[in-house]
Structures are given as C-alpha cells and as structure tokens.
Write a protein that binds this ligand. Structure first.
Ligand code: NAP
Ligand code: 3JN
Length: 338
C-alpha cells in the first residue's frame, strides 16, 4: 500500500490535535507527518504512534514534498497558504470557511456526497463543512433521498470546544470561579458562558442572522446539491465542553412516518439511532463526545403540519464535526484519486 506525506496545519489547536489522534487511530498510511503552527508553538512536540514529532513554524516552503494538507488554523491562514500548498502538489483538506462556498471547491461529507471529491482537481482544495452542518446533513440525507426535504428549521446547542482551546479554558475557569464565589473573567465570548446560553455564534450579518447560522443555510444547499431546500437556523452556544446538539424540524414533500425515519436511519452510514423514550434513551452530548457516529433520537411526527418530523441530533463537534470528517475525506481521496 502507498503511504503519503501529510501536513497538519494548526497542529497544536483543538481540531489539529484531534486530527493527529484520528490519523493514528485509523492507521492512515502516513509516510511522514509534518506538524505546523505559529511561532508560539516553537519547541512543542506532539506524539504520533508513540514518537514525538516537533511542531514547525508554517511558512511558504512548508508544503514541498507533501501530498495531503489538513488545514485548521483559521480562515486567513487557509486563504494565504492553501493555494501555495495546492500549487506545490499538496491536496488541501480545509476545515475553515475560507473556500466552502467557492464554486470550484467541493464541500464534502463522505457519507453524503463523496462523489463531489472528484472536483478537487480544479483548485487542489477540498472544503470540510462547518461542524453544525455536518452532523445535520449526515442524519437528513437518507430522508432527503426518499421523501425530499422541502424545509429545515434548526436550533443548535453548541459546545465551547467549537471555539478552540481558549474557550474550553474559559468555561472551566468561569465555572471554577463561580463555584468559589469569585468574579468571572469574560475574554473569549461577548458574555459569561458558564451557567448561560448565548444566542450568538460568530458575527452578526446585515440580515440579522449570525455567520454561523448562514453557514448552515448555504452549506446544506451546496452539500445536497439542491438550492430548493429552505433552511433557517438559530445557533446557540451552551456551557458544554464537547458535543453539539441540534433540535431539527423538517417538512417533506412525501409523507414519511416517525417509524419509517427510525428504520431508514438505523444502519445509515455514520448514524446511530438512540431513541427509546420508555427507557429515557436519547442522544446526549456527553455520550457523543469521543464517538464517531452522529446520534439521532426524539424522532416524532410534527403534528402541526401534514408532513413534518422533529428530531434531536448530536455529534462530537471536534471529531465528526471537523477532524474525523477531514480524515474520512483523505481516505476517499487516497482510495479513489491519488
Ligand atoms: P485553536 O484551538 O485556537 O487552534 C488554532 C490553531 O491554529 C493552533 O494550532 C494555532 O497555532 C494555529 N494558528 C493560529 N494562527 C496561526 C498562524 N498565523 N500560522 C500558523 N498557525 C496558526 O482553534 P481550533 O478550534 O483548533 O480551530 C482552528 C480553526 O479550525 C478555526 O479557526 C476554524 O476555521 C476551523 N474549525 C472548523 C470547525 C468546523 O466546523 N469544521 C470547527 C472548529 C474549528 P499556535 O498554537 O501556535 O497558536
Ligand atoms: O463555533 C463552533 O462551534 C464551530 C466554529 C467553527 C469556526 C470557528 C472559527 C472560524 C469556523 C468554521 O469552521 O466555520 C471558522 C471559520 O473558518 O470561519
């Protein structure tokens, strides 16, 4: 079997760290692993298959001899370095929003639209969707295929790990401070996150929605390759460390019952149905954390309309929402294209 030189850009971050873990766990055929971050990480080493790998400072020459680049160091880093990497023959799998809506860049969730990967040759870049979009489309695609989804109304309950290492620390620090009757420091979020819910993720846009909400709207249409699906989203940050939860309401063209949805999703790729109200069994963020599957439960008919379904969708935002999805894309890439 061939093996590949892989670069992880943003290796010291929450997503980058998980990428290294997922590459190792899935035994991805890595010939040489290059870990890249900013000057702040000079001197840091991260273990890969039991051996310490030094983190190097990202620069324009970082991609010589690389075949695959997994990027998660923010949009501006991707905007600058992804084209440089692609020009050096390194296929970029980008976790930022920098190229997601670019017409020549495929936006891929392997369980949903693996065929789109073929388009990577145009720019040498494949975009990984936003975490909230990924888990939603994994659960909805099987339903869309049989009943055609006309409209999606989603509200999210997003973990702080989606904002990176500093936000994980902020929730822990604020919780500790409040439990000890001390003042909280607010640095990462616009308001206290401990014991609170913030109906703002990313910046506000002119239409009154946040950027995170519009990512869900636009990315879902692109991944489904169906501009006719109506999507509206409210995205909320909650004091949870790992695992995004979503309340999702869909309206379908064809009637589908809750039982039919349960059957359809049982065995669907990347989905695990956890739906037994009698046993109080439903998806929980603390159970999704560290798991690969997207958990779906509370499946029931929306009795306010003829063809509606409600459900609760939960996944590990750093794993399926970012690192795992990117490595799964890389697996399809090496299997079918490289
Ligand atoms: P994080 O924990 O704050 O880590 C940021 C990483 O980027 C660190 O490795 C950091 O290196 C590196 N970095 C920052 N500026 C850099 C620069 N100028 N040059 C080189 N490296 C630089 O953040 P995270 O949660 O891992 O997220 C990183 C990015 O991934 C986000 O900005 C976002 O675009 C994307 N993301 C996507 C999803 C998704 O939905 N698919 C989810 C989360 C994040 P140092 O440690 O040296 O500072
Ligand atoms: O907040 C979350 O739960 C997910 C955050 C994702 C994120 C954070 C900072 C910048 C993104 C993203 O992937 O959409 C970006 C970005 O690249 O725009």
């Amino acid at each position: 079997m061939s093996s590949y030189n892989v670069a992880v850009v943003g290796a010291t971050g929450a997503v980058g760290n998980e990428m290294i873990k997922v590459l190792e766990e899935r035994n991805f055929p890595v010939r040489e692993l290059t870990l890249l971050a900013s000057e702040r990480s000079l001197g840091v080493e991260i273990d890969f298959h039991g051996k310490p790998v030094p983190v190097k400072v990202l620069n324009e020459d970082s991609f010589a001899g690389m075949q695959i680049g997994l990027f998660s160091a923010g949009g501006s880093v991707s905007e600058r370095y992804a084209p440089i990497a692609a020009a050096a023959g390194c296929v970029v799998i980008d976790n930022t929003s920098a190229f997601r809506m670019a017409p020549d860049v495929p936006l891929v969730v392997p369980e949903v639209n693996p065929e789109a990967i073929a388009q990577y040759r145009k720019q040498g870049i494949i975009a990984n969707p936003n975490c909230s979009t990924i888990q939603m489309v994994v659960a909805l695609k099987p339903i869309h295929d049989v009943a055609r989804i006309k409209r999606i109304v989603v509200s999210t309950y997003q973990a702080v790990s989606g904002t990176g290492k500093k936000a994980i620390k902020e929730l822990a620090d604020q919780t500790r401070a409040l439990m000890n009757f001390q003042e909280v420091q607010v640095q990462v979020y616009p308001h206290q996150i401990a014991f609170n819910c913030l109906p703002q993720i990313d910046v506000f846009l002119d239409n009154g929605y946040t950027k995170e909400e519009m990512k869900m709207v636009n990315e879902t249409k692109k991944i489904f390759n169906d501009q006719s699906v109506a999507v509206t989203a409210t995205t909320v940050r909650v004091p949870v460390f790992y695992g995004h939860s979503e309340s999702v309401n869909i309206e379908t063209e064809k009637k589908i019952t809750a039982d039919e949805v349960r059957k359809l999703l049982t065995g669907a790729p990347g989905v695990r149905v956890v739906d037994n109200p009698a046993e109080k069994a439903y998806p929980l963020a603390i159970n999704a954390a560290g798991q690969d599957d997207t958990l779906v439960g509370r499946i029931r008919e929306d009795e306010s309309i003829p063809n509606g379904i409600n459900m609760w969708i939960v996944a590990d935002n750093i794993r399926k929402g970012a690192a795992l999805n990117a490595v799964q894309i890389a697996e399809v890439l090496i299997r079918d294209y490289l």
